[in-house]
Design a protein. Structure first.
Length: 94
C-alpha cells in the first residue's frame, strides 16, 4: 500500500508548462522581507514542486472550480437563512 504524504502550502507562487508537464511551485510564508522598492512585504519560501501531465492539471482545475461554486452556493444559502431569521425576529418584535 502506498503511503500518503501531506504537503502544506500557503500559496502557489509559480506555474509553468514544459513538454506537456505542468509544474506548480508551492511555498510557505518565510517571514518579513523588503521588496525591491524597500517596502515591507512577506517572503515566500518554495518548499515543493508538483509536476503533473497537462490533462490531469486541467481536470484538477475543473474540480477546484466545482468546489468554489459549492462554497459560494453554501455561503449564499447561509446568508439567505440569516436574513430570513433576522426578518422573522423583527416581525416577532412588532
Amino acid at each position: 500500500m502506498a503511503t500518503k504524504e501531506v504537503v502544506f502550502s500557503d500559496r502557489i507562487v509559480g506555474l509553468s508548462l514544459h513538454n506537456g508537464l505542468v509544474r506548480v511551485d508551492l511555498a510557505t510564508f518565510g517571514g518579513q522581507a523588503k521588496n525591491k522598492d524597500g517596502k515591507e512585504g512577506v517572503r515566500m519560501d518554495i518548499t515543493h514542486q508538483l509536476v503533473m501531465p497537462l490533462d490531469a492539471f486541467v481536470a484538477g482545475v475543473s474540480a477546484q472550480q466545482k468546489l468554489v461554486q459549492e462554497v459560494v452556493s453554501r455561503q449564499q444559502q447561509l446568508a439567505a437563512q440569516a436574513k430570513s431569521a433576522e426578518a422573522t425576529a423583527e416581525a416577532a418584535k412588532a
